[in-house]
Design a protein around this ligand. Structure first.
Ligand code: PLP
Length: 430
């Protein structure tokens, strides 16, 4: 694969690091998560399903902003809605009617949604849900299954818990997905004190038959609430989220990412009797009703109802998953590279090879995909604007990248030969 120069990205990183710790606002977008010196680190613009970096290279984007870009960059309908609202104002001194226009749409769309409050990041919605569940049940302990954002109540249960009081860390514990025995044991261990089970309804693995129903029943038997974290699955697995796809309605749910096609907006939705307690807990912020994001979200949902957005994500994602799996098998790498999850968000998993660690395999693979013009971080984040030509481009890049990985694994010591440090995940939650 021809070497690309990332000179401007690398220079920009050095400049950014002088005034910005990590050089980025997001771990997953930072230099730590890409092949060192062999990756774009700063983007200039995007259109449809493609982006351009500051060195001028074009990519089919399979990161899509870490999943907010649902319709595509510069979506005409959403951008027009933002521009129209910009002509009126952004943040006002009182509420706007956009707030209930959107909440009415969410209530129509999402089974558990009887009432709605907004936030800016997914973390706002998950953290609000947890506080609400504690307020409603009068209990403290939280059982978590997945990734739920950067706040103390969740991060305290991970290895990235520096700066979080020990007493807070102890209040959240994690159990494995699809493991009802483990969940039962956790309820026993914290008997009478579990406020909620918060879970991604699905990430890498399909729920076993009856699993989500059983989690809900167990939560309720123990006087706890069930919270679905639909920050990724919402507006992606189905218009109303994974709760529509799987037919299980939680008490509360958190939405974010895709609902604004890139604008910062999230929503905490749920049962009216629980949500009503919002008047008594404290969930209040300056930008909760910021109007550009509300206008964008209304435009996103209207478009999703008018056009086959989710259907297209499934179709495009399925095609790409099937074709890439064939290429992986043809390269003899099926033991080392696999895809899991649902078609609109397929997650790549890497396994060690006798001649190289999974981290080294992933690093080399990403490096080659980037060189082939595909911006990829570890999952197929499909957007509505991805075209057949985009997908053909991705497949060609896969073919070339897999050939390089295959050749590299023919002799021992890939980690030493890689020439750059293998990428390690921030922490493993999926
Ligand atoms: C499932 C899930 N929940 C919550 C969050 C937190 O969202 P945010 O980063 O917008 O705060 C994320 C972010 O990646 C997520 O994937």
């Amino acid at each position: 694969m021809s070497a690309r120069s990332y000179a401007k990205s690398n220079e920009a990183l050095q400049r950014a690091l002088k005034t910005i710790p990590l050089g980025s606002q997001t771990f997953s977008k930072s230099h730590q998560q890409f092949p060192q010196g062999a990756a774009p680190l700063f983007l200039d613009r995007g259109r449809g399903g493609r982006v351009w970096d500051i060195d001028g290279h074009e990519y089919v984007d399979l990161i899509c902003g870490l999943l907010p870009v649902l319709l595509g960059y510069q979506d005409k309908d959403v951008d027009e809605a933002i521009i129209a609202q910009l002509g009126k104002g952004i943040s006002f001194s009182l509420s706007t009617t956009l707030e209930f226009k959107l909440s009415e749409m969410l209530v129509d769309l999402i089974p558990c949604a009887e009432m709605v409050r907004y936030g800016k990041n997914g973390t706002d919605a998950t953290s609000g849900a947890v506080r609400l569940a504690r307020g409603f049940t009068g209990k403290d302990h939280i059982i978590a299954l997945g990734y739920h954002g950067w706040q103390d109540w969740y991060i305290g249960a991970t290895i990235k818990n520096l700066g979080i009081p020990k007493s807070t860390c102890a209040l959240t514990t994690k159990v494995a997905y699809n493991d009802l025995d483990a969940l039962r044991a956790e309820f026993k261990k914290f008997e009478g004190d579990v406020a909620a089970v918060i879970m991604e309804p699905m990430n890498t693995t399909d729920p076993q038959e009856g699993y989500l129903e059983a989690v809900k029943a167990m939560a309720h038997e123990n006087g706890a609430l069930l919270i679905f974290d639909e920050v990724i699955t919402g507006f992606r697995f189905a218009n109303g989220g994974a709760q529509v796809l799987f037919g299980v309605t939680p008490d509360l749910a958190a939405f974010g990412k895709a609902m604004g096609n890139g604008m910062p907006i999230s929503a905490l939705v749920g049962r009216a009797d629980v949500m009503s307690l919002m008047d008594r807990i404290f969930y209040s912020s300056t930008f909760g009703g910021e109007a550009l994001s509300l206008a964008a979200s209304i435009a996103v949902i209207e478009k999703m109802q008018r056009e086959p957005v989710v259907e297209t994500l499934w179709k495009t994602g399925s095609w790409l998953a099937e074709e890439t799996l064939k290429k992986i098998a043809e390269a003899g790498l099926a033991q080392n590279i696999t895809l899991c999850g649902k078609a609109p968000w397929k997650i790549l998993q890497f396994a060690d090879h006798a001649h190289g660690s999974k981290e080294a395999i992933k690093t080399l693979f990403l490096k080659e995909m980037l060189a082939g013009g595909v911006l990829l971080a570890g999952s197929h984040n499909i957007c509505y604007a991805h075209t057949k030509a985009d997908m053909d481009h991705v497949l060609k890049a896969y073919t070339d990248a897999l050939a390089v990985v295959k050749a590299a694994l023919e002799k021992p010591g890939l980690d030493e030969r890689l020439g750059i440090p293998p990428i390690h995940p921030v922490f493993s939650v999926r």
